[in-house]
Design a protein around this ligand. Structure first.
Ligand SMILES: N[C@@H](CCC(=O)N[C@@H](CS)C(=O)NCC(=O)O)C(=O)O
Length: 199
């Protein structure tokens, strides 16, 4: 199994952490732009090559790997339990990613096209609001994002949490989120891939 991408990229780290949880061996190839573009029309990583098949979109790759290896703890088989996990994964990829993008590009990447202070502030407000929403969910489960069991939702949102804490901006104290992060911190997958991104 080959994974194209760098071990410091947030979306690649989702897949690498999933591999640790499942115990999968892989070859990581930090490929060039053309290599990636030939396999993913979006020219983005991660790209998975497995059994001659090519797959892109990090959350989809994580779901594929859990499904292929029968890891119903990470992604339940029962439709409603599965949908509860997918709901948080979709929320990460859509609502949460849209909220932080402007602030992250401005404050971390120092993008010249993301330099409007009002837009930065709006993005920070929205980002913090959604992290508070996640905190409320964790207060309710008292354990993991989708309930009593660690799932793929914890992996993808764990990496989002790391991005949130490593961006230089004001953040509210969110105790359930902090307690969950401490639980994540005990996992081998987090230790290898949770906090080693390039901000
Ligand atoms: N929706 C995609 C986004 C992938 C993405 O943004 N990948 C970044 C790295 S984390 C990328 O490839 N950026 C261009 C590059 O590194 O050349 C996914 O979740 O896989």
């Amino acid at each position: 199994m080959i994974i194209l991408g760098k071990s410091t990229s947030i979306n690649v780290r989702k897949v690498l952490w999933t591999c640790v949880e499942i115990g999968l061996q892989y070859q990581l190839e930090p490929s060039s732009g053309t290599d990636v573009q030939q396999r993913n029309p979006n020219a983005m990583v991660p790209v998975l090559i497995d059994d001659g098949h090519v797959l892109w979109e990090s959350n989809t790759i994580c779901r594929y790997l859990a499904g292929k290896h029968g890891r119903h703890d990470l992604l339940p088989a029962a439709p409603m339990a599965r949908a509860q996990v997918e709901k948080w994964m979709d929320w990460q990829a859509t609502e949460l990613n849209s909220a932080w993008r402007y602030a992250f590009l401005a404050l971390v990447r120092r993008s010249e096209t993301h330099a409007d202070p009002a837009a930065v502030n709006a993005s920070i407000q929205q980002w913090n609001r959604l992290m508070a929403l996640l905190d409320a969910q964790l207060a309710q489960t008292g354990a993991w994002v989708a309930g009593d069991i660690f799932t793929l939702a914890d992996i993808v949102l764990g990496l989002s949490f790391n991005r949130w804490t490593s961006t230089p901006m004001a953040r509210p104290q969110l105790p359930s989120l902090a307690a969950w992060a401490a639980r994540l911190g005990e996992r081998a997958g987090w230790l290898q891939h949770g906090a080693n991104g390039t901000p």
